[in-house]
Design a protein around this ligand. Structure first.
Ligand SMILES: Cc1cc2nc3c(=O)[nH]c(=O)nc-3n(C[C@H](O)[C@H](O)[C@H](O)COP(=O)(O)OP(=O)(O)OC[C@H]3O[C@@H](n4cnc5c(N)ncnc54)[C@H](O)[C@@H]3O)c2cc1C
Length: 395
């Protein structure tokens, strides 16, 4: 198959991470091409999130490089507004995208000193081959829905949706709905369902740190001033005790022994930002079932603690996984077996032979920002002698 295009840089994925890298490269005079499976940029926010979603962090922590949010923008951007921001961002920095291109394979050809990337045009089914000196993996930590194996789930007579498909509680008033998973999505979806009149239960298997977005903003600001994590932890827990009125474990939400900020810095887990779920738990509008789901028989769900409850619908807020390992042929240690960056932040972003990854250390929009600057800075530095030479200005 003939090479469709020779590029300086190929970026896989037009989420916030991919377009931020492209924009930062463009500002440094480096041409790149973004290959994206979907038909738009920022498809996660448009197609795989629920209607009531607002960004959890304040707008100053939720912008991409060289484009702070407008003064008049709300502090916590609604999902659709953030999606529009991404459109505007891609247009403003003339990000070159090729949409509906699914990358199926990418490997480094040592003889030619370049990456060869095979993609399929999903509109026509035609295979295309691209070549580039640099390859940036920005295909996301949330590419594929993770659904746990639960015996009997496939025969559940009601509706079963993953959080990525859940939009709102419309049509569920009066129905008994179980949310499985107590991360940010699960807790917010439980709130949304209860607000829509569903008889809502949430299965909470693991420990979690519940914070408010205001408390978390204080934590982020303190971190910006280099306050040690253990001090931030103590302050956050103190503020949480005031806001949530003491021990959340009384209502089935046990806190981990490790502090919330230390947890964020040292593990893949993230605190849960409360959007009002906790007060609905306290009033009994949302029932906490403190165990994982063991099996399903008919419409009855059996939990790990032996209890059984009937439901009309189930929402699986059970997470996602990266799919990089399926198409990237490289064993230079940049990407781990789970498709995420193998090395921890801030050593995570650069591999061998011009390979990079952006957005794969679970640092959200803030992480996309810093990865983009690091990657673009490095690539433009590596190209500098060549650019100077081809401009003739080093003569
Ligand atoms: C419900 C939800 C709420 C969140 N809220 C926040 C928040 O408030 N604040 C925050 O900072 N973070 C939040 N996050 C986390 C984080 O910001 C997202 O994970 C973010 O989308 C990561 O951006 P990305 O560009 O790295 O990946 P993605 O947005 O997932 O983009 C990757 C793109 O790559 C494409 N792709 C994948 N594989 C291929 C392939 N083989 N070929 C071509 N294209 C491919 C995908 O179609 C996708 O468009 C949230 C995440 C979720 C799921």
């Amino acid at each position: 198959m003939a090479v469709a295009e020779e590029e300086e840089v190929i970026i896989v994925g037009a989420g916030q991470s991919g377009i931020a890298v492209a924009a930062c490269l463009s500002l440094r005079g480096v041409r790149s091409l973004v290959l994206e499976r979907d038909d738009c940029v920022g498809s996660l926010w448009r197609k795989r999130t629920y209607d009531r979603l607002h960004l959890h962090l304040a707008k100053q922590y939720s912008a991409l490089p060289h484009a702070p949010h407008a003064e008049e923008a709300p502090t916590y951007l609604p999902r659709d507004e953030f999606a529009r921001y991404l459109d505007g961002y891609a247009a403003r920095f003339a990000v070159r995208t090729r949409l509906r291109r699914e990358v199926r394979s990418a490997g480094f050809d040592a003889g030619k000193g370049r990456w060869e990337v095979e993609a399929v045009d999903l509109a026509t089914g035609r295979r295309e081959l691209y070549a580039a000196r640099f390859l940036v993996v920005a295909s996301g930590e949330n590419d594929e829905r993770f659904v746990p194996e639960v015996p009997g789930l496939e025969a559940f007579p009601g509706t079963v949706v993953h959080a990525a498909e859940y939009r709102s509680g419309e049509g569920l008033r009066g129905k008994a709905v179980l949310v499985v998973g107590c991360g940010n999505s699960g807790m917010e979806i439980a709130y949304d369902l209860a607000a829509a009149g569903a008889v809502t239960s949430i299965s909470v298997r693991s420990e979690l740190h519940l914070v408010t977005r205001e408390i978390w903003n204080v934590a982020m600001s303190l971190y910006g001033y280099h306050v040690p994590a253990w001090i931030i932890d103590k302050l956050v827990l103190l503020m949480c005790a005031v806001v949530f009125g003491g021990d959340t474990a009384r209502h089935g939400l046990r806190r981990p022994a490790v502090g919330p900020f230390t947890m964020k810095l040292t593990t893949p887990a993230y605190p849960v930002i409360d959007v009002g779920t906790y007060s609905k738990i306290r009033t009994g509008e949302i029932r906490v079932l403190p165990a994982g789901v063991k099996s399903v028989r008919g419409n009855v769900v059996e939990f790990a603690d032996g209890r059984r409850h009937p439901f009309d619908a189930i929402v699986l807020a059970t997470g996602y996984r990266s799919t990089v390992r399926r198409w990237l042929r490289s064993d230079d240690g940049l990407i781990g077996d789970d498709g995420m960056a193998a090395r921890p932040y801030p050593e995570h972003w650069k591999g061998g032979n011009g390979l990079y990854c952006a957005g794969l250390v679970r640092r959200g929009i803030y992480g996309s920002y810093s990865d983009a600057e690091l990657i673009a800075g490095d690539i433009s530095e590596l190209l500098r002698p060549q650019q100077t030479h081809s401009n003739g200005s080093n003569k």
